[in-house]
Design a protein around this ligand. Structure first.
Ligand SMILES: Cc1cc2nc3c(=O)[nH]c(=O)nc-3n(C[C@H](O)[C@H](O)[C@H](O)COP(=O)(O)O)c2cc1C
Length: 211
């Protein structure tokens, strides 16, 4: 199985987002027997914001350049889209930053959600052009954003659902560790809880596969 592992925490490998997404990668690799994992660490190797040629190409129906041979952000966009296309599963590890995705993950989205390349505009609206594949999203947060204990808005989950559906990725599975600002005990108990959730989810998937 080819896995694209996207990491979006500034704390890189010390981060809880990395830990959670690594657990998911481990389950996927275990299930498939062998896995080739491409890591795209958005902080270790930051993605520049889109540039003017990219905005011209996307925003203008009369763009005179050639998107396939352009440099700058269009070339990076092509590279990131090909990396995504080559994957059979995507794992995203992300903290919540100000109720939504960190700006680095937003920059990645701006490069891969690209008109005429990963989605088309049709009379019925936008239509995704990528083959669907499972996308596992591990979210970590300082406070709580889901369930009865939620004390804040969540624009991260609905935003990712809409942005990825735009390009044809509908099979999204979300896992979260929340309230981590409460301290080390909360981190420990959230790690234990989510480990059990993942164990159940992946062993159920394995037994369904065997049927
Ligand atoms: C710039 C910034 C914004 C943040 N915004 C939120 C937020 O809106 N809601 C929240 O619950 N936690 C927020 N946090 C806290 C992080 O989500 C939390 O510390 C998380 O556990 C960090 O994950 P990591 O260990 O993967 O880096 C924010 C942290 C930073 C640095």
């Amino acid at each position: 199985m080819k896995i694209l592992h996207i990491s979006a925490s500034p704390r890189k490998e010390a981060s809880n987002a990395w830990w959670l997404s690594q657990q998911i990668v481990g389950h996927l690799a275990g299930r498939s027997g062998a896995a080739a994992v491409t890591v795209r660490d958005l902080y270790a190797d930051p993605i520049a914001h889109v540039d003017s040629e990219y905005a011209d190409a996307l925003g203008s129906p009369v763009y005179a350049g050639d998107e396939s041979t352009a440099g700058g952000a269009l070339a990076l966009s092509e590279q990131l889209i090909r990396e995504l296309e080559a994957s059979e599963a995507v794992v995203i590890g992300t903290p919540m930053h100000n109720y939504t995705v960190p700006s680095t993950l937003k920059a990645w989205i701006d490069h891969v959600v690209r008109v005429r390349r990963t989605f088309a505009i049709t009379p019925d609206g936008k239509a995704g052009l990528l083959r669907d594949r499972p996308v596992y999203v591990g979210i970590v947060s300082g406070g709580r954003f889901s369930g009865p204990g939620a004390r804040q808005a969540d624009f991260l989950t609905p935003y990712l659902k809409v942005a990825l559906a735009t390009i044809g990725l509908h099979d999204l599975r979300f896992y979260s560790m929340e309230g981590l600002a409460m301290g080390a005990d909360m981190v420990r108990s959230e790690r234990e809880r989510v480990s059990m959730v993942l164990e159940t989810a992946f062993s159920r998937a394995l037994s369904e596969q065997a049927r």
